[in-house]
Design a protein around this ligand. Structure first.
Ligand code: SF4
Ligand code: SF4
Length: 56
């Protein structure tokens, strides 16, 4: 399991620094979460201003 970022993402970059596992990076159209690195800790969910991050 891993969290995922929806198309609602406005690419603000806020979530990147909240991830202690370096699972979030900038993708082509939006930010993306590396499934292999995400531990489902949920920390990034709280900081997203547009609620784009959710458990998969
Ligand atoms: S749920 Fe945790 S590990 Fe997964 S991307 Fe968000 S902050 Fe990183
Ligand atoms: S905090 Fe939300 S809107 Fe900002 S880059 Fe992350 S997923 Fe996208």
């Amino acid at each position: 399991m891993a969290h995922k970022i929806s198309d609602e993402c406005i690419s603000c970059g806020t979530c990147v620094d909240t991830c202690n596992f370096e699972a979030i990076s900038e993708g082509e159209d939006k930010y993306i979460i590396d499934k292999d690195k995400c531990t489902d800790c949920g920390a990034c969910v709280e900081v997203c201003p547009v609620d784009a991050i959710s458990p998969e």
